[in-house]
Ligand binder design. Sequence first.
Ligand SMILES: C[S@@+](CC[C@H](N)C(=O)[O-])C[C@H]1O[C@@H](n2cnc3c(N)ncnc32)[C@H](O)[C@@H]1O
Length: 253
Amino acid sequence: MGFEAEDHYARLAATYNGNWSHSPDYVAWMSGQVCDRLQIRPGDRVVDVGAGTGLFLSMLGGAVTADNPVVCVDPSRPMLDQLPDDPRLAPLQATAEQVASREVRLPYEQIDAVLIKEAIHHVADVPATVRGLADLLAPGGRFLVVTLPPLLEYPLFEAALERFAKRQPEPEGIAEDMADAGLRTDLSYAEFPVRVEREHYLGLVGRQWMSVLSTFSESEIADGLEEIRRRHPEDVLEFTDRFALVFGTKPGG
Ligand SMILES: C[S@@+](CC[C@H](N)C(=O)[O-])C[C@H]1O[C@@H](n2cnc3c(N)ncnc32)[C@H](O)[C@@H]1O
């Protein structure tokens, strides 16, 4: 199955979780943001679209059992292969578009909660995909898209920040797509203060850990690393990680 950034995730899969191992606080914080909004209840049918390695699924706690596993949708087999071996997680190799269009069927006729975390930027037709997934929601169902806004405050090199901004969908547009699909919609932002050793961060950039970085050549990355070193002589980098949380609920229920 070919999809945008396929090679990027195949290369990254084995080290993906390690990128965050320095920051268990961040993983717990993000899991809390998701949990607070999706309000998963026992028996809920949950789908995580672009689930990747399932790093943020620890938040589901006792609400999910092997009888109602979270369907972890992702087109990348190497990423899905990193999912913990847990009967409460059901991997499904597919794109968001394929699930939204019913080309690939979920094990549930209707769902109570759908999460797309840091994967919507890989979706080609966002309005149609949001609508297709919203149509799968049962009355009272919740839909959460967690995404970086186009303008980042990361200490990256300028060309990477610019290219990222061009490729990233606007959160307001995603909120409109949800509203057009009949959901009550709320857009909010959440910020996490990051402190990271410069050398660790340069290592991440060198390994092209963000998919936008995989669009630069080796020599462009080398130049980019030089630019970051010049601009940030400090040993510890401090910046704000800011996320848009686009939340929709289906009336009824
Ligand atoms: C940045 S990772 C996010 C993974 C996980 N949600 C997380 O937050 O850790 C993006 C994921 O989106 C997946 N992806 C790429 N194209 C996709 C598509 N068209 N539909 C659904 N997922 C896609 C990638 O394979 C990758 O696992």
